[in-house]
Design a protein around this ligand. Structure first.
Ligand code: SF4
Ligand code: SF4
Length: 452
């Protein structure tokens, strides 16, 4: 399908400036592809190239396609859209690239052009609008969805649906997702709604704010609770600004940069009175650190975004840098560690989580080959591209050592995807967040049961 005049008219904003066949607001940054010398050193790092062996599904191929549209040699059509949206945005290619070409950043900018040129239609438009605009940015609606899931789990409906195999009327990948749904509990943002500060245990050394996240706080509020316990145990007063919102990563990955910017502005304002923003979800942390990119053409907000992004820190790096207390209790377990793409490739954080895990008495770390290879989660990629996500997950699971009890990581999307991998590939490991392990060790020290 090539770009038609009727498609162009549907685009919400058509700017006077253009770049070849990129005609819409928020043009991609040509400096980002200027340094690519087509050396191919990124090819082996790319999970979609590994699966397909096709140049257009490689970082080099994608850079070439994106540049060709800017040069007017290629139109925005299906042949172009397919490889751009099949990219996992995992950033492994940027780590591998000697010229630091920001392929992931370019992919996001170009998806912004595509979605303005050819907006989604039909059920895809409905689902995208319903979840990305109607639910994620609105905590009350998100919490209502969490309550529905909780009701489904607690009322016996889940057991019935599984027993009668009713669950299989859904598409297979959705039925698989249902099978790994974590137990839903109260979001911390709701729980601490009327608490100004969660006080440090003992002397206060720092005051930090916590980004509770949207999916994180509904699906994994136990990890948010663990994060708060670990922070307070290590001398941090914790505040949870109630006007914070979704980080916007899912929107930006999907090409909806306008909503991404609106959410970014809300978060920048919500956290303006704090010095440190702690994040326990790698995808959200990476997005918050990249807010300045969203405001490249807006000097006022760019400056605010720069100031904001300097305050953002991943929980594992923050604990490591500020000197967390080594727990005294033994956990006696064998663990392997998976690098979430947006922690390792996106934020350069690799050694700190491993150091924390290794410091817990009794924990034996087992090496995972290609630990920084994507698991196929990639936001909602496992929903939009279930076949490719499944193939990438299969490769990942082949690298997970058999003789471990736990797989640790620092991103909720990866936790769901790896739990799916454990289920589908007949493994028996438990999937945990790095900060949970530390929390379990502290809790055991305080006389509570061993959770491993
Ligand atoms: S993106 Fe980097 S590694 Fe890949 S071909 Fe271009 S210069 Fe080489
Ligand atoms: S971001 Fe990941 S999937 Fe996309 S081109 Fe780079 S390595 Fe391949």
């Amino acid at each position: 399908m090539s770009l038609r005049e009727s498609d162009i008219k549907q685009g919400p904003v058509c700017t006077p400036g253009s770049l070849g066949n990129y005609l819409w607001n928020d043009l991609p940054d040509p400096n980002k592809w200027a340094d690519c010398v087509h050396c191919g050193m990124c090819l082996e790092s790319c999970p979609t190239y590994e699966q397909t062996g096709q140049e257009q599904h490689s970082p080099r191929g994608r850079v070439h396609l994106m540049k060709s549209v800017a040069e007017g040699k290629l139109e925005i059509n299906e042949d172009f859209i397919d490889p751009i949206f099949a990219c996992l945005d995992c950033r492994a290619c940027t780590t591998a690239c000697p010229a630091d070409v920001d392929v992931g950043g370019l992919i996001e900018e170009v998806r912004g052009q595509i979605r303005q040129a050819i907006p989604l239609t039909g059920w895809k438009a409905f689902v995208s609008k319903f979840f990305l605009q109607g639910v994620f940015p609105h905590p009350t609606r998100l919490h209502a969805l969490g309550n529905l899931l909780k009701l489904y789990q607690k009322s016996g409906l889940q057991k019935l649906a599984r027993k009668t195999k009713l669950i299989h009327i859904m598409p297979q990948h959705l039925a698989d997702m249902e099978a790994i749904l974590p137990e839903i509990s109260e979001p911390v943002r709701k729980k601490y709604k009327h608490v100004n500060v969660i006080k440090a245990k003992g002397e206060t050394k720092h005051t930090v704010a916590l980004l509770t996240g949207c999916v994180m706080d509904v699906m994994f509020s136990d990890i948010n609770e663990a994060t708060i316990r670990v922070l307070t145990r290590n001398g941090n007063d914790v505040v949870i600004p109630q006007n914070q919102t979704c980080c916007g990563a899912l929107h930006v990955h999907a090409g909806d940069r306008e909503t991404g910017r609106e959410l970014a502005k809300q978060n920048i304002e919500a956290f303006q009175h704090v010095d440190r923003v702690i994040v326990n979800a790698a995808g959200c942390g990476c997005m918050l650190k990249e807010y300045p990119e969203l405001f490249r053409n807006d000097p006022v907000w760019h400056e605010k975004a720069e100031e904001f992004s300097r305050k953002v820190e991943d929980i594992s790096k923050y604990l490591y840098d500020t000197g967390y207390e080594i727990p005294k209790a033994q956990l006696n377990t064998r663990i392997t560690y998976h690098d979430a793409c947006h922690l390792a490739h996106g934020q350069g954080i690799r050694q700190e989580p491993r150091a924390i895990l290794s410091s817990i008495p009794g924990v034996e770390m087992v090496y995972m080959p290609n630990a920084d290879r994507c698991c196929g989660s990639a936001g909602i990629y496992n929903i939009t591209h279930p076949e490719m996500a499944g193939a990438v997950l299969k490769s990942k699971m082949e690298n997970v050592p058999e003789d471990v009890e736990l797989i640790s990581m620092g991103n909720p999307g990866c936790m769901l995807q790896m739990a799916m991998g454990v289920l589908k590939h007949g493994r028996n490991q438990k999937v945990v967040h790095t900060v949970q392990l530390l929390d379990w060790a502290y809790q055991k020290e305080e006389g509570k049961e061993d959770r491993t």
